[in-house]
Design a binder for this molecule. Structure first.
Ligand code: SAM
Length: 234
């Protein structure tokens, strides 16, 4: 029996219309869809006219290791599986990398179905240089680790002068901005908020001003933080 194919399918980051024709075709054709939150994915699948016919397999961070083996078994039994996440491109600050690695080790074909990712959407409309960027994903939660990570980035980026791209949850935004200020000083940063959604917003200011603003009114929604050491000197 032939192995099935694992498809890594990007889905919208807020606006349900941001799904490609190919993504729809693949989602409709596979035997199983591995997803983080079956309820959220159910909404997406309904929006493209699908019922829950292809079996949904829940695949989130806490069960990633266990489910990787289950999904591998399905693929080895000739079933095609699509991996999706709650938003954007699976495996980018989302589970799935280990599954992909394991599939490749087992000679199972992995096909990427490209589409939205918040990091790319954020950088292209931020006005910051796009030729080189460093994507940090989420910063470490512990303050000490966060500061060390940022210091390392500052050192590594001295000559590179790449745009730095960071994901952050609203309830940790102020903490991360404080760490950025403590390592880089009062630099200009850009926040891309609620991309592709009704309240999409670009906020560009000195980090200290942004911290002050959010201390008065707590941050809400989804954010990408960006800055570039070079543009801070221009
Ligand atoms: N896999 C996703 C991708 O390809 O972008 C990222 C998933 S990660 C768990 C979620 C983080 O992505 C959020 O905390 C936020 O930093 C960023 N993000 C996702 N959607 C966003 C949006 N519509 N606007 C701004 N940031 C977003």
């Amino acid at each position: 029996m032939h192995n099935g194919i694992l498809y890594i399918v990007a889905t919208p980051i807020g606006n349900l219309q941001d799904i490609t024709l190919r993504a729809i075709e693949v989602l409709k054709s596979v035997d199983y869809i591995a997803c983080e939150d079956t309820r959220k994915s159910g909404i997406l699948l309904k929006s493209i006219g699908m019922q829950t016919k292809p079996m949904l397999v829940s695949f989130y961070e806490q069960v990633e290791q266990l489910r990787t083996q289950n999904i591998l078994n399905l693929l080895q039994n000739g079933r095609d599986v699509a991996l999706i996440s709650d938003s954007g491109t699976p495996t980018i600050s989302d589970p799935g990398f280990r599954l992909v690695r394991q599939c490749l080790r087992e000679d199972i074909k992995v096909v990427s179905i490209p589409g939205p990712s918040a990091a790319i959407s954020a950088i292209v409309s931020s006005g910051l240089p796009t030729d080189k960027f460093i994507f940090l994903g989420f910063l470490p939660r512990k303050e000490g680790h966060r500061t060390t990570a940022l210091k390392n980035v500052k050192e590594a980026n001295k000559k590179l002068e790449a745009t730095v791209v960071i994901y952050e949850a609203p309830h940790r935004l102020i903490k991360s901005l404080n760490s950025i200020q403590s390592v880089f000083g009062n630099i200009q940063i850009t926040l891309m908020r609620e991309l592709t959604k009704i309240h999409e917003e670009r906020i560009s200011d000195f980090v200290e001003n942004i911290i002050q603003k959010y201390e008065k009114q707590a941050p809400r929604g989804e954010y990408v933080i960006l800055f570039n050491p070079k543009t801070n000197e221009e």
